[in-house]
Design a protein around this ligand. Sequence first.
Ligand code: MN
Length: 493
Amino acid sequence: MITIETVLKNLRGARTPEREKLIRSAFEFSEQAHKGQKRKSGEDYIQHALHTALNIAHIGMGSKTISGGLLHDIPEDTNITLKEIEDKFGREIAFLVDGVTKLGKIKLRGTKEELYLENLRKMFLAMAEDIRVVIIKLADRLHNMETLGALPPEKQKRIARETLDVFVPIANRLGIGEIKGRLEDLSFKHLDPENYALVKNLEEKEFGIRKKNLEKTIHELKKELQKSNIEVLDIYGRTKRIYRLFLKLQRHDMDIDKIYDLAGIRIIVPEVADCYETLGIVHKKYRPLVGRIKDYISLPKPNGYQSIHTTVFGPEGKIMEVQIRTQRMHDEAEFGIAAHWAYNEKGTNWKSFFGFSKKEKTLDEDLTWVRQLQEWQGELGKDNEEFIEGLKIDFFKNHIFAFTPHGDVIDLPEDATPIDFAYKVHSEIGDRAVGAKVNGKMVPLDYKIKNAEVIEIITAKERKAPSQDWLRFARTTLAKSHIKKALKKEGVL
Ligand code: MN
């Protein structure tokens, strides 16, 4: 059980009276609204709101997002309306709560198809409209995963699968390693309890063996770094996350002796130059393994991750990994997009930060908001609360995502009609279309589809020529070219 004091204690950045006042009043409002409600686990419902808020505070988000986290389930689960939230807390916080409520209504139906999953993730991001809504949703999911044991086994598996397929990649894309790692381990635990237990035991045993050695290394390195006048902000032993270790073990015949980064040391220093100097000192003290030095500072990972990794023969010749990074790199690795707001430096590669691959080049070029971010960051400096206000997701602004009755996601341009939808599914379906239903209701064929609507195309049994009229309202080149082709065949055009 936690209290609002726990959340306040974990605020990153200044604990000003204004921030504290807002968070406290959101808490009191939420506690009143959820009064008497219980979670499946038997806990008071407010515990869920508090844990969600704590997860948000932990990655360094501001008081509005934390308040949004405290209030996020009110419109869906209580008699209090969104309007009442808006009257009390203003439009911005109400907007965040509304966004979370809307996202909760999307059915994230499972499938093994990667393309479908990728569309689902995009749709999820596009529907959120504001990145803070996604962060609240991730924090909410994290607590739901932590209390998943209270649900029936079937449901546990479904939710864990959905978490691994949709929420983990989104957390990864936003660079929030902390939430990503915890969600992965919790999903793994419910999807594959046997392997989870196996790997967890293996790791605990190994860490037990290596613990003394790690402590000795830390002690020796501290001394060496001190001699060279390098300020050490933090140095500690770490273990690999269970799910990540499992994936690696699978690639190495489940042989734990082949995993060199199972346990290691992490060193946090002030400047980039200190990282390289520290690397030199580590290598002078312990012989490095050839070919195991990874400089992710010069060459960041696609999601923006930066750090230096090296593997060395530590005390008594024991192999271990050493990671070296600045505080900023560390915060960005753990808290991702949230940490970026806290730093006021130019030259961040926002595009690589979001990990858009080359395949999505056109999309990548379209990321106007990413460019806007850079500009705002320069203008607004450290005032991250204000900075965040303009943080709307509009990089999928010109896209809408609709569902087939089977749950497949169809990606369409804005103002697309059922005719565009039909041709995108299959040219046959386009050619035979005679009507359309949206969320079960009949609509005209020039209806403008909105995000997340379920579209059913009614087709004629016999093949018939498309109407020339369709060319007037079809939006996609694909539909237009099919219509023209069919009309020519019929001798109409
Ligand atoms: Mn919730």
